[in-house]
Design a protein around this ligand. Sequence first.
Ligand code: 2NE
Length: 272
Amino acid sequence: CCDRSGREFTDIIYEKAVGEGIAKITINRPERRNAFRPHTVKELMHAFDNARDDISVGVVILTGKGTEAFCSGGDQALRSSTGYADYDSFGRLNVLDLQVQIRRLPKPVLAMVAGYAVGGGHILHMVCDLTIAADNAVFGQTGPKVGSFDAGYGCSIMSRLVGPKKAREMWFLSRFYSAQEAEKMGLVNMVVPLAKLQEETLKWCREILRNSPTAIRVCKAALNAVDDGHAGLQELAGNATLLFYGTEEGNEGKMAYLQRRRPDFSKFPRLP
Ligand code: 2NE
């Protein structure tokens, strides 16, 4: 519905399936093949924040409005000498913050891709945990053709997904790849007929939602930890603290402090 100030979203649609645990975030600029401007990214970040904070949400779907495009990257008409500029007099590359936010979100994010996922839009699907693609999906980097590049996750995560040689091919040649080619390369999890895209994506969401949210949360952090370096370790380690707070041993330390006594950890086993 709206951002933190209660303003209606203009560039995205944010929906939740009540009682289902599924949030869906749709980039809503089909006339621009769902290219994003800084304002679009700000709205996406608000929606992802909301999905993170809502304990009834277990999985998030990211998609694009219509069947022509998931997302075509940064809005080239708004490129300035300092990033992308819409309402401000200066440019931003705030999509990089969004990429980090998706990686750190402790719930699975599924990219549901119909049509083009290119440029910065291709990177958005790569940072999602899973990608379900329609058979009309087209993937690729366009940066080197339009004088741009993403030397962060756009290169490193791609290299992890498709291997270093294929990643070089994708960036150096800037070709487009069909959904079937993308599946063979390990870029997407599954390809389905366009008419079945949402149904199949929801099936994956529901299957995930049947499983332990904590197991999934820790696995996501663990799967990202090496690639995300210290920030990845911090995310993984935060889960250890979160779980420890729920134990009697953790609680003993807090209670002793509050009761102004020496903590007694002697009853807790030193497990092998
Ligand atoms: C996506 C693609 C291949 C679609 O082609 P087609 O033939 O289906 O559509 P068309 O006619 O090109 O596009 C429809 C309308 O959308 C606009 C077009 O200008 C066109 O507008 P009108 O002529 O109808 O007024 N449009 C599409 N993509 C746009 C974009 N990204 N920015 C602004 N307007 C866009 C084809 O449209 C295409 O190749 N698009 C450009 C893809 C691209 O180069 N993206 C930027 C990569 S750089 C990036 O995203 C980036 C980064 O490298 C680093 C950090 C942050 C971002």
